[in-house]
Design a protein around this ligand. Structure first.
Ligand SMILES: [Zn+2]
Length: 301
């Protein structure tokens, strides 16, 4: 087996080109210095391009297309990743049509679409997302402190929303992102960088290489757990975890509607596919609180 190469990146990042508090070069340097291989700057309705290349950090063009429904305040924020030009936001009549219009506009501009923070202002959920066509990614863990990622009784969290979208038969890949805005003060209540990222198994570190791998689900996402390897076949799923200090790791394989299929403890985990699952995905929980998520493997029925 060839060694897997994982490229670390953040898909949701703000700068002074919108409501972030550091300029694009400063922000890009922060990510480079903290071990990231690539970065998407996603300012609101602005395609931020650096004046100068930063050696050792691939910049993937991006924008947070920030719309709302016409007769209300409901925010609809869709990241365009790999867009070749600015995408103007479209405010439409309802939630589904507004998400769809902006996803379409992003794809027309050559990008892939990530549906951001569904629970920001409790804007929308799986009942809406399941009706949208052509979105590649969904933020399952947005680390911004104001976006209600975890939900509440009667309000599904973003991970549960993802499972319901997947259970409806719609293929969409999950992500963890920073949605970072604040780079000078550091507190849990501030949207700081470094809290959620993707690890992409791309053929090479290039814009098309990264965008293609994201579009096809060749990545996992994390808030602190790293994988050594992750492989799938028609019969089983195998993963190995990078050990950190004396942390203990629990891997949960789950299926449709988030139902737990199996649970194990240790630095590796295997799931044998029975054929009766709809899809299978893994979450790896560290005793220190970090977590990693793999993408769903759909079982051919
Ligand atoms: Zn944002």
């Amino acid at each position: 087996m060839t060694q897997q190469r994982w490229f670390k990146g953040n898909l949701h990042t703000h700068t002074t080109k919108s409501d972030g508090d550091a300029d694009p070069e400063w922000v890009a340097n922060w990510f480079k210095e903290h071990g990231y291989d690539f970065l998407v700057l996603s300012d609101h309705n602005h395609r931020t391009i650096l004046d100068q290349k930063i050696e050792g950090l691939l910049m993937v063009p991006g924008e947070e297309v920030s719309a709302r429904i016409k007769m209300g305040e409901t925010p609809i924020h869709i990241n365009g990743i790999g867009v070749s030009r600015l995408v103007e936001p479209t405010d439409d009549d309802d939630i589904v049509s507004t998400i769809q219009a902006n996803v379409n506009a992003i794809r027309e501009a050559g990008g892939i679409a990530q549906i951001n923070h569904p629970n920001f202002h409790w804007a929308f959920d799986h009942t809406h997302i399941s009706q949208v066509r052509g979105a590649s990614l969904l933020e399952v863990h947005n680390a911004h402190p104001a976006v209600n990622s975890y939900g509440a009784p009667g309000k599904p969290g973003a991970e549960q929303i993802w499972d319901e979208v997947l259970s409806s038969g719609r293929v969409i890949f999950g992500t963890a992102t920073d949605d970072s805005h604040r780079y000078h003060d550091w507190l849990p209540s501030l949207a700081n960088p470094g809290r959620g990222w993707v690890m992409v198994n791309a053929k090479d570190l290039s814009v098309p290489g990264i965008v293609d791998a994201l579009a096809t689900g060749e990545f996992y996402f994390s808030t602190g757990v790293s994988l050594e390897s992750y492989t799938t076949s028609d019969t089983e799923i195998n993963l190995a975890i990078q050990e950190d200090r004396d942390f203990i790791y629990t891997t949960i394989f789950s299926g449709a509607h988030g139902n737990v299929l199996s649970e194990s403890v240790g630095l590796s985990a295997t799931y044998k596919i029975t054929g009766s699952e709809t899809y299978i995905r893994a979450t790896i929980h560290s005793s220190s609180g970090g977590k990693a998520w793999t993408q769903p493997v759909f079982v051919k029925g």
